[in-house]
Design a protein around this ligand. Structure first.
Ligand SMILES: Nc1nc2c([nH]c(=O)n2[C@@H]2O[C@H](COP(=O)(O)OP(=O)(O)OP(=O)(O)O)[C@@H](O)[C@H]2O)c(=O)[nH]1
Length: 342
């Protein structure tokens, strides 16, 4: 079976990677433990050895079909890689913009923050790389340890429900959790958001008291086929996973054109001259903490070979397909105008 290449997801101490046939014996040893299984809804107990092989094979099929991303959580013991547990994101259907987060950790690795580290990273990765806007999870009533993990991941408790627990042979009460991009905690290493210096002083003075004006220059790059370039905000940034027009915040003293020329070089390694930047329209949008003012330019000519220098996904999109891409709310009116214009 050919499995699409999957770049392992790393945290400070752990790697999340696809399970392989060679993991089956160790997976069975770790999960065939009542103290692990009693909290899991879809896992039988005792756990037959062959089920480990079957389940591992099914994780590849599910990943290929875009239904679920079940990954091994592996750590290092000396220079040896050890299986610690599993974490997964599952979609109920392909077009659903929500995925369920699940995980378990072998008993000998409890008490080290492994679950929160792996589940938190997977939730952020999913929101940035899968077509989802929300991560949900449930824990069996009484599983306070797992509820604590979900809270550390940034999910909020949203209600109660019931689920069938295979190993217990019963429907039992569960606590439900959920969260979107805003809630899922940012990685600890992320630098604090920049504030005042990026605001043009003259405009800031005119903003209502308490609300900063955030000036961002953005550009619709249009190719010879009339397609528009969208870039996906990478994991670690606010609104990760949404598609946007390349660009960024104005630095102090910069004009929007200068900011755009700099950003297009930094993000895409292309050279654009101010003469090729045609003002098109603008977005004016309340972001909550600030008010976004974003001129959008059109550009059909640039020099250099385009490279995604920040590892961001890029897509050339026909104007009538732009609305198929999840974009920040400020961009919606711009998309309609571009569609009518191009
Ligand atoms: N570039 C760009 N930013 C947009 C768009 N729509 C939109 O709401 N924004 C918002 O405008 C702001 C741009 O900030 P940014 O963080 O990308 O700027 P930057 O490149 O300077 O990033 P950095 O501060 O991480 O270096 C963000 O709040 C972003 O969500 C868009 O289409 N393109």
């Amino acid at each position: 079976m050919t499995v699409p290449a999957f770049t392992p997801i790393r945290t400070e101490r752990l790697t999340l990677r696809p399970l392989g046939a060679a993991d089956a014996a160790e997976l069975h040893r770790l999960i065939n433990d009542w103290d692990v299984v009693r909290w899991l809804s879809r896992v039988p107990f005792p756990y037959p050895r062959e089920l480990a092989d079957e389940w591992i094979a099914s994780t590849h099929r599910q990943r290929e079909a875009g239904e679920a991303w079940h990954l091994a959580i592996v750590g290092q013991e000396g220079d040896k890689e050890v299986l610690v547990g599993c974490a997964g994101l599952m979609k109920k259907s392909a077009d659903e913009r929500e995925a369920e987060l699940g995980y378990w950790v072998g008993r000998r690795y409890w008490g080290h923050g492994v679950a929160a580290e792996a589940a938190g990273r997977l939730a952020r990765w999913g929101l940035a790389n899968l077509d989802i806007d929300r991560v949900v999870a449930s824990v069996l009533e009484g599983n306070d340890r797992s509820a604590g993990v979900l809270k550390r991941v940034g999910l909020r408790e949203v209600g109660t429900g019931e689920a069938h627990f295979l190993a217990r042979g019963a429907r039992l009460p569960v606590r439900l959790f959920g969260g979107g991009r805003e809630e899922v905690a940012a990685p600890p290493a992320e630098p604090p958001p920049q504030a005042a210096p990026t605001v043009a002083p003259v405009l800031a003075a005119e903003a209502p008291p308490g609300k900063k004006l955030l000036l961002v220059a953005a550009c619709a790059l249009v190719d010879s086929d009339g397609r528009v370039l969208l870039a996906r905000r990478p994991e670690g940034k606010a609104m990760a996973g949404l598609w946007e027009f390349p660009g960024g915040k104005l630095e102090p003293g910069e004009t929007p054109e200068e900011a755009l020329i700099r950003e297009l070089k930094e993000e895409l390694d292309i050279d654009v001259s101010a003469a090729c930047l045609a003002p098109f329209t603008f977005a004016s949008h309340d972001l909550g903490h600030a008010h976004l003012m974003m001129p959008l330019y059109l550009c059909r000519r640039w020099d250099g070979t385009m490279v995604a220098r920040e590892g961001q996904a890029l897509a050339w999109v026909r104007p009538n397909k732009l609305s198929d891409y999840a974009m920040p709310p400020a961009d919606r009116p711009l998309v309609a105008m571009l569609r009518d214009f191009l």
